[in-house]
Design a protein around this ligand. Structure first.
Ligand code: AGP
Length: 607
């Protein structure tokens, strides 16, 4: 997820508006920056890796002239952060510059086709193929608009692009498919950006581009056409009434809530991972005599969930271990036959990197799953996968947890296929259900958000919470507990429900809140028993259960229902969302800032 901004103005230099716009988009990505302007029919481009202020100063961006221009703040998905991989990317002639937010899935085949036609590439990005494709189409004399439309019809994946060219120096072309893009108009000019915050200081008159639309912007305004056939689209302007601060959160009060609501989108991106890396990690996992899954905090909970999925689907025993205990626990046994799959959204967590170092030192094979291209983890892993959640600002991990579980589930399914542990029908069924997960999460948010807010009000004075689940729901319960603990500071425990009668049940007395995660499946009958044990001792029961599960609902004081038909081994993603929302609303009701909980940092880079 990157931030893009473009403008064509009557008075003044575009560069000031562009850098200010990028500042307000920095939460979307911040590993490299680039700006292009057009002056007297010439394209000027300055870009580099680094934070906005560093690049603006280092590249003397503020000296760039021209009343038409664009800028990009990057969150790397393909090609590590570097000057050459930063946007804008150019065509071979240097007359076309393009910035992009999204993932072009078929870029490799397009690149090979262009190389055969004599094009040469300088970066490792997927994006660079687009300006070269436009250059190629321009050879048939159809003008920029026609050429871009032809190219867009060939792209697979997600994109929001902005194009500048010396061929038509008074126009900006921008288009979107899946990635967001909004147009703005003021007396001084026309703007486009990934979202409203970037342009709010200049205009609150905006028009949202929809999927499969392209806009041609000029000083006089914009025209919108359909990519599929070039036909014109009428789109009225809307007035934005948000404050700037609200805008950066796209109208959400906190980044955490925005990131919870972004999960359908990040999960869909999580289904678009690069085949070759999914296959590569699957090969390595298949070779291991022992497979250790290591991480910290929320990432550890995705490893714990994965250990159930690998066992169930691929018949592979994996050992989840918190990274701060890795060396003490497996430091003397990890070795050349070990596969260590490390998971870290930041890719910089000290404990996890220490575990990796130790495993490498003992000739173990280290694989990585991270959300941060160019992070240390990507440099020390033998092979890694980028989980494609986009930047997560809230300290409490939400969308990165669900993305990690999604990635790990895809690895388990591929391993099951490779090992012939599931029939083609079973695999197809899982594939179908996996693709439904983003929709299920969307439904959970739409159907339950209000009920969960009311639930938080009901339990806002609770002094203790106990989270319980069986089987894979143990991981969901642990993650729910961590969310509540880290942002509300209310003492909370989490246990495999079967373990509670071996001790934790002693704390149950009237009104202690017990949160049960109880999807349909092999553990359902057992969880009913655990609920009855707690209820008999006066606990108040909150259940996250399947829609229409009357048995659980009858035993519960409050129940949040999740859509039907979700296999237990795929349940952690949709079933954790109500727990994320419950924690969020409880924190807000307590007057706490869910985005910046005390004593915590987004990335823990110290021992
Ligand atoms: C989770 O909400 C916390 N922010 C924390 O537990 C986090 O998951 C942990 O520090 C691991 O971070 P990582 O995924 O970046 O390695």
């Amino acid at each position: 997820m990157c931030g893009i901004f473009g403008c064509i103005i009557r008075d003044g230099q575009a560069v000031k508006l562009i850098t200010d716009g990028l500042k307000r988009l920095e939460y979307r990505g911040y590993d490299s920056i680039g700006v292009a302007t057009l002056l007297d029919g010439e394209l000027h481009v300055r870009k580099d890796m680094g934070k906005l202020e560093e690049v603006v100063e280092g590249q003397r961006v503020n000296e760039m002239m021209g009343s038409i221009g664009m800028g990009h703040t990057r969150w790397a998905t393909h090609g590590a952060p570097s000057m050459v991989n930063a946007h804008p990317h150019m065509d071979g002639s240097g007359n076309i510059a393009l910035i992009h937010n999204g993932v072009i899935e078929n870029y490799m085949e397009l690149k090979e086709e262009l190389i055969e036609k004599g094009h040469t590439f300088v970066s490792r990005t997927d994006t660079e193929v687009i300006p070269h494709l436009i250059e190629e189409e321009l050879k048939s004399d159809i003008g920029m608009k026609g050429a871009i439309l032809r190219v867009l019809r060939r792209l697979k994946g997600s994109y929001a692009v902005v194009v500048l060219s010396t061929h038509e120096p008074n126009r900006i072309f921008c288009a979107r498919h899946e990635s967001p893009l909004v147009i703005g108009v003021s007396d001084n000019g026309t703007f486009c950006a990934s979202d409203v915050p970037a342009m709010l200081p200049y205009t609150n008159q905006v028009a949202y581009l929809r999927n499969g639309e392209m806009a041609v912007m000029s000083l006089d305004g914009y025209e919108i056409v359909k990519v599929i056939d070039g036909s014109a689209v009428e789109r009225d302007l809307e007035e934005i009434t948000w404050s700037l601060e609200m805008a950066e959160k796209q109208g959400y009060t906190h980044f955490m809530l925005k990131e919870i609501y972004e999960q359908p989108h990040s999960l869909r991106n999580g289904l678009r991972l690069q085949e070759q890396y999914l296959n590569l990690l699957t090969q390595f996992l298949d070779m291991g005599k022992e497979v250790l899954l290591t991480a910290a905090g929320t990432s550890y909970h995705s490893c714990l969930a994965a250990s159930y999925i690998f066992s169930k689907l691929s018949r592979l025993t994996t050992i989840p271990v918190v990274s701060s205990e890795f060396i003490e626990r497996y430091g003397s046994t990890v070795g050349i036959d070990s596969i260590v799959l490390a998971v870290s959204q930041s890719g910089e967590t000290y404990d996890t990197l220490k575990a990796i170092d130790h495993a490498r030192m003992r000739a173990g094979t280290v694989l990585g799953i991270t959300n941060t291209v160019g992070s240390t983890m990507t440099r020390v892993s033998r092979a890694y996968l980028i989980q494609q959640s986009g930047p997560e600002i809230g300290v409490a991990a939400t969308k990165t947890f669900t993305s990690q579980v999604m990635v790990l589930t895809q690895l388990a399914m591929r391993l099951a296929k490779q090992r012939g542990k599931l029939s083609q029908d079973e695999l197809d069924e899982y594939e179908k259900k996996l693709k439904l997960i983003p929709d299920w999460v969307e439904t959970v948010i739409e159907n339950s958000a209000e009920a969960i807010e009311a639930l938080a009000e009901k339990y806002q004075d609770e002094k203790l919470f106990l989270f319980l689940g069986r089987g894979i729901s143990t991981a969901t319960a642990l993650e729910g507990r961590l969310k509540l603990l880290e942002i509300t500071y209310v003492p909370s425990l989490a246990y495999p429900a079967g373990e509670s009668k071996h001790g934790p049940i002693s704390i149950i007395e009237d009104d202690v809140a017990c949160v049960f995660v109880c999807p349909r499946g092999e553990t359902h009958a057992h969880i009913i028993g655990s609920i009855m044990e707690m209820k008999a001792r006066g606990a108040r029961i909150i259940s996250i259960c399947e829609e229409g599960d009357e048995e659980v609902k009858r035993l519960s004081d409050d129940a949040i229902e999740i859509p039907k038909g979700i296999p237990e081994e795929l349940s952690p993603v949709p079933y954790v969302v109500p727990l994320q929302l419950l924690s969020y609303h409880l924190a807000v009701l307590k007057g706490l800032d869910p985005d910046m909980p005390r004593n915590l940092a987004k990335s823990v880079t110290v021992p």
